[in-house]
Write a protein that binds this ligand. Structure first.
Ligand code: SF4
Length: 294
């Protein structure tokens, strides 16, 4: 954590007890994904403690959320000596060798980042917060060979990770700004680019002009802010409201994903989604396209 939650700013919605959320919450959804039994969204669209942890397992999830919160908005009334252990749970395994990094950054509005652990070199997808405890854990998993930046919004502390591990940073040239002018590799055009036998960078312009998805093993698709699962509409979703570049382009990029095989959608914002098969994922994508195109 870079800061601390303030008890004096505790939200009135919080259930009485040790754990609380203060008024600096930015509603990024991170805590609700990590510890849904404890955190919920209020009518004011802020997270709050809906129920204090009922057992040790729920407390551990809640403290993981505390560590992952980008704005240090979650606190405990009494000193939480088990916070350090909760932080060591990141990167947390999602499936196979794909991990969720936690430790989100306010610079990317709490976007999720992921670590693919592979013998040919680990890949970090988007930048977690610059946090030495996470860096030490990633070091123990083999460090970072490549940092794939899906788009300009989620680059956060990319310089820290490059300096720490000497990783090659890859992003699309259309999203490069003064903040990322020093990245080692920029991709161009609209065609997918193989980064390795099992990795393909797929341009998906729409949310931004240079948005990229990363396809790993034809199973995992890291989507940045291009596509995510929405519990509200109960399907894959993209948003016209947060489309900064071109909605028609974003729909066209979504349509092109029908040519790919994958079973997982792993977004920066929004919920992850696993379909039982590539065919089922394709059907979900078609369902989303139908809804989004009307
Ligand atoms: S992780 Fe922090 S900022 Fe994000 S919704 Fe929870 S309390 Fe709010």
């Amino acid at each position: 954590m870079d800061g601390m939650a303030r008890l004096s700013a505790r939200l009135p919605e919080n259930a009485p007890g040790d754990l609380y959320v203060d008024d600096t919450c930015i509603d990024c959804d991170t805590c609700r994904q990590i510890a849904p039994a404890v955190f919920a969204q209020s009518a004011r669209q802020l997270s709050y403690v809906q129920a204090q942890p009922a057992d040790e397992a729920e407390r551990r999830r809640a403290l993981m959320a505390l560590v992952a919160c980008p704005t240090s908005s979650i606190g405990t009334v009494s000193p939480a000596e088990d916070v350090r252990a909760a932080g060591e749970a990141f990167p947390e395994l999602v499936a196979e060798n794909v991990h969720y990094c936690g430790f989100t950054s306010p610079r990317s509005f709490g976007a999720a980042s992921y670590l693919i652990v592979r013998p040919e070199g680990n890949v970090l997808v988007d930048s977690p917060r610059a946090a030495e405890p996470l860096a030490r854990r990633i070091e123990s998993l083999g460090g970072v060979h490549t940092l794939l930046l899906t788009h300009a919004d989620d680059v956060a502390d990319h310089r820290f990770w490059h300096a720490r591990f000497g990783c090659e940073r890859v992003m699309h040239g259309a999203d490069v700004s003064s903040d990322t002018a020093d990245v080692e590799r920029t991709l161009g055009g609209a065609e997918a680019v193989p980064l390795a036998d099992d990795l393909r960078a797929v341009p998906v312009p729409g949310h931004t002009a240079g948005s990229l998805a990363l396809l790993y093993r034809e199973r995992f698709l890291f989507t940045g802010d291009h596509l995510w699962w929405s519990p509200r509409v109960r399907r894959l979703h993209a948003s016209r409201g947060v489309c900064w570049y071109s909605w028609p382009e974003q729909l066209a990029s979504l349509r092109r994903l029908l040519d790919l095989r994958f079973e997982w959608v792993l977004p920066g914002h929004g919920r992850r989604f696993q379909a039982p098969s590539a065919a089922a994922m394709r059907a979900e994508l078609e369902r989303a396209l139908l809804a989004l195109s009307t």
